[in-house]
Ligand binder design. Structure first.
Ligand code: NAD
Length: 390
C-alpha cells in the first residue's frame, strides 16, 4: 500500500503530516511512503531527510496518481479534492462537523474520508492517536509565549537594582488541554496564574499545576459528554459573563481557550469586561473564529488594540507556528491510526480495512463506499437539507 504525504496548502500552515522518524516505522510496518516534494520544508524537514528514512520524493502529479492513502494535517482544499479519485483514502483533521460539505463531496467522489478529530478521546488505546490533544498542547504552550511577547512588562517577579517588578497576573479561561499547557508555561515564565472552567473536574487539574482555580458563586457547572463541556443556557451564560468580568478586570493577561464541540465558541469576555481592563493588558483569544470567539472584538489572525489600551490577539492555528514540535506529535498520532487501520490486513499485502464496528473506526470514518457514514455528519447534512426544503 502506498501512503503519501502532501505539502499543506492552507495559508500560514507550516506543519507536515509525517516526519522522517515516523516514515521509518511505517516502512517497517510494510507500507510504502511517498512524500510530495518540499512537503516538510516549512517544518524544517528537508526532502533529503525523508529520502534517508526510506520515502520516495514524488511530484504532485505522480503522488495523486499512485497513492492509496493520502495523509494531511488540515482539510483538503478544492484543488486537492478534485485530484482525489475513487477508492483513494484521505486521512487528516477534516473537521466534518464544521464543514460537512467536504465530507459530502469526498463521498461523491468515492473517496474514503477519515478524520482524526472524531477519535473517541477517552478510549485508552486511542490516546496515542489523539491529534486534537497533541495540537492543543502545542497551541496552549505558544499562547503563553504570544501573551508574554505582547505584554509590555515582565511575567516574573524581578528584583533588580533598578527596582522591583511585580509578577503579571494571568487568567486562563477554559482549562482543557490547551488551557492547562498555557497555565504550565505561564507559571514557568513566572506569572501569577489562575484558571477557570465550567467542568468541575478541571479544578484539581488547575491546582495540581500550582495555579488558583476560580469558582463562581453562580455555580455554573456544565460537564457534557465525552469529557467535553456542554453549551450553557442563556441565563447561565449571562451569570457567568457578569461574574467573570470582575475577575478579568483584575488581570494583566487573559488567555481564552473555551470550545464546545460543533458549536461556535462561547463568549466569555464581553465588551464591558474588556473596557474594565487597564491599559497595557493583553488578551489572547484562542477561540477566535470567523463566527466570533471567546472575546468581544477579537479578529481571527489579527491583533487589535482597543481604545482603552487592551491588546487583543485573535490567535488562529497557533500549533502551525511551532511546526517542528507540532508535526512530530501529529506524525505519531496519524501513523498510530494508520497502523491500526491496516492491522487486520494481510501482512504481505497491507491495505486499509474499513470496519465501523470497531470503536475507533466508528469515530474516525466519515465517508466510504460513496456514502457519508458518520452519524453526526449525516445528521448535520440531513438538517441542512430539511432547512433548505422548508
Ligand atoms: P475543548 O478544546 O473542547 O475546550 C476547551 C475547554 O473549554 C474545555 O476544558 C471546556 O470545558 C472549556 N469550556 C467550554 N465552554 C466553556 C465555558 N462556557 N466557560 C468556560 N470554559 C468552557 O476541550 P479539550 O481541551 O479538547 O478537552 C476537553 C476535555 O476532554 C478535558 O476534560 C480533557 O481533559 C478531556 N480529554 C480527555 C482525554 C483522555 O481521557 N485521554 C483526552 C483528551 C481530552
Amino acid at each position: 500500500m502506498k501512503v503519501a504525504v502532501v505539502k499543506e496548502s492552507a495559508p500560514g500552515e507550516r506543519r507536515v503530516a509525517l516526519v522522517p522518524e515516523t516514515v521509518q516505522k511505517l516502512t517497517q510496518g510494510g507500507l510504502e511512503v511517498l512524500v510530495e516534494q518540499g512537503a516538510g520544508d516549512l517544518a524544517w524537514f528537508p526532502d533529503a531527510t525523508y529520502a534517508a528514512a526510506g520515502a520516495a520524493i514524488t511530484s504532485t502529479a505522480d503522488l495523486y496518481a499512485t497513492a492509496d492513502v493520502i495523509l494531511t494535517v488540515t482539510r483538503p482544499d478544492e484543488a486537492m479534492v478534485t485530484r482525489l479519485r475513487a477508492g483513494q483514502a484521505v486521512i487528516g483533521v477534516l473537521a466534518p462537523l464544521i464543514d460537512p460539505h467536504l465530507a459530502r463531496s469526498l463521498a461523491d467522489r468515492g473517496v474514503i474520508a477519515i478524520s482524526l478529530d472524531g477519535l473517541p478521546r477517552t478510549l485508552s488505546r486511542a490516546q496515542g492517536m489523539d491529534a486534537l490533544t497533541s495540537q492543543a498542547n502545542v497551541a496552549g504552550y505558544k499562547a503563553a509565549l504570544v501573551a508574554a511577547d505582547a505584554y509590555g512588562r515582565f511575567f516574573p517577579l524581578l528584583i533588580t537594582a533598578a527596582g522591583t517588578a511585580r509578577p503579571a497576573k494571568l487568567l486562563v479561561l477554559g482549562t482543557g488541554v490547551a488551557g492547562l499547557q498555557a497555565i504550565g508555561t505561564a507559571r514557568r515564565l513566572g506569572a501569577q496564574v489562575s484558571g477557570y472552567d465550567v467542568r468541575p473536574a478541571s479544578k484539581g487539574e488547575v491546582e495540581s499545576l500550582g495555579a488558583t482555580f476560580i469558582e463562581l458563586t453562580s455555580g455554573v457547572s456544565a460537564a457534557g459528554e465525552g469529557g467535553y463541556a456542554r453549551e450553557l443556557t442563556a441565563e447561565e451564560r449571562d451569570a457567568q459573563q457578569a461574574e467573570l468580568a470582575g475577575h478579568i478586570a483584575r488581570q494583566d493577561v487573559v488567555i481564552t481557550t473555551a470550545q464546545v464541540p460543533g458549536r461556535r465558541p462561547p463568549l466569555l469576555v464581553t465588551g464591558d469586561a474588556v473596557s474594565a481592563m487597564s491599559a497595557g493588558s493583553v488578551i489572547v483569544d484562542m477561540g477566535a473564529s470567523p463566527l466570533g470567539g471567546n472575546v468581544a472584538g477579537s479578529v481571527p489572525g489579527q491583533t487589535v488594540v482597543t481604545p482603552n489600551g487592551v491588546t487583543i490577539v485573535g490567535a488562529e492555528n497557533l500549533a502551525a507556528s511551532v511546526p517542528t514540535a507540532a508535526s512530530n506529535a501529529y506524525s505519531r498520532n496519524i501513523s498510530a491510526l494508520l497502523l491500526h487501520l491496516v492491522s487486520t490486513s494481510d501482512p504481505e499485502d497491507r491495505g486499509l480495512k474499513i470496519d465501523t464496528t470497531d470503536e475507533i473506526q466508528a469515530g474516525v470514518v466519515v465517508a466510504h463506499d460513496g456514502e457519508v457514514v458518520h452519524p453526526a455528519v449525516v445528521k448535520l447534512l440531513a438538517a441542512e437539507t430539511a432547512n433548505q426544503g422548508s
